[in-house]
Design a protein around this ligand. Structure first.
Ligand code: GH3
Ligand code: MG
Ligand code: MG
Length: 301
């Protein structure tokens, strides 16, 4: 876990060392800056958890320093607590106007300073946890739990972006694992799951950054290849199929092979996404009914 840091910006060495003595603990590091200018540079470099900022300093004062910190994308979210001798309400108000989170008055009572810093540290921790949870939630909403591939919902959204915002050719490949029921029946459901994850990883590794790979259903993968020629798309689909067919899967000491069949279409912007999905499904069905372990391109079904 990263150590929390408080940056103290004050042009008085004495005040800086008093604050350092009061606040520093094994889990809280204190950095010192002796002017607003230096404070801004250090804040950008070190991203402290919290800033304690003196108001009256040589060079730019605390208000201006705070304004500049709040106007910079790298430092705007760092809470600033003013340390002020001016505890008249005008000065305090001005501090809040330029973005301060709180203030402590000089001469300060050590316990009060500690308590205020502690409260803000706790708030920051809660905010970080919330951000982390929000991010996790966002990822879960678009991710398949087993393979960690994108789910159908994300695929549809992203495909729509390609379809509506660009005019390049788009190809869809729908892969389905061959005889997967037999793999489950022979080696067990857990091995079946491992096969799904392994095939996902093989596909992911070979695809380009801009391609979208999703788990479409049980043992089906839908791939969107944007901005690609017909020949390249067909070659690519067959390369993916070939790589899966060469892989040695294992269950205990037994090694086995597993193949996939693919349907490919060029996305047709004149018909609905659903009709395109029906077409790619039909191409896949042709591949299944005529031998499996092959890719079928069928634009005019
Ligand atoms: P085909 O070559 O025609 O596609 O035959 P198949 O056996 O692959 O197709 P079928 O539709 O008969 O069976 C698909 C199987 O995939 C049945 C289902 O239990 C299994 N399956 C679906 N999702 C999962 C999963 O998440 N884990 C495992 N282990 N099996 C799954
Ligand atoms: Mg199958
Ligand atoms: Mg299937």
């Amino acid at each position: 876990m990263e150590k929390d840091t408080v940056l103290v910006v004050d042009d008085s060495d004495i005040i800086c060392s008093i604050i350092k003595d009061i606040l520093e603990t094994p889990s809280l590091h204190i950095d010192i800056a002796h002017s607003g200018e230096e404070g801004i540079i250090i804040a950008k470099q070190l991203h402290p958890t919290l800033i304690l900022l003196d108001i009256i300093m040589n060079g730019i004062d605390g208000y201006e320093t705070c304004r500049m910190l709040k106007n910079n994308s790298e430092t705007k979210d760092i809470p600033v607590i003013f340390i002020t001798g001016n505890n008249d309400s005008q000065s305090v108000l001005k501090g809040f106007e330029v973005g301060a989170a709180d203030y402590v008055s000089k001469p300060f009572i050590p316990e009060e300073l500690k308590a205020r810093v502690k409260v803000h540290m706790q708030n920051i921790k809660i905010q970080r946890e919330l951000q982390f949870l929000m991010q996790e939630l966002k990822e879960t909403a678009v991710t398949d739990y087993l393979t960690k591939l994108y789910n159908r919902r994300y695929f549809m959204d992203q495909l729509l972006v390609f379809v509506t915002q660009f005019d390049f050719k788009i190809f869809l490949i729908l892969f389905d694992i061959d005889n997967f029921k037999k793999i489950n029946d022979t080696y067990g459901h857990n091995t079946g799951d491992t096969v799904l994850v392994t095939i996902s990883n093989i596909l992911k590794l070979l695809l380009r950054e801009e391609d979208i790979l999703s788990r479409w259903g049980g043992e089906e993968f839908m791939i969107c290849l944007p901005d690609i020629t017909e020949n390249a798309a067909l070659d690519f689909a067959d390369k993916l199929r070939g790589e899966v067919s060469k892989y040695n899967f294992s269950c205990g000491s037994i090694v086995f092979r597993c193949t996939i069949t693919g349907g490919i279409i060029q996305y047709d912007r004149t018909i609905s996404p659903e009709k395109n999905f029906t077409n790619v499904d039909r191409a896949l069905y042709l591949g299944k009914s005529s031998g499996k372990n092959q890719c079928i391109y069928n634009q005019s079904v």
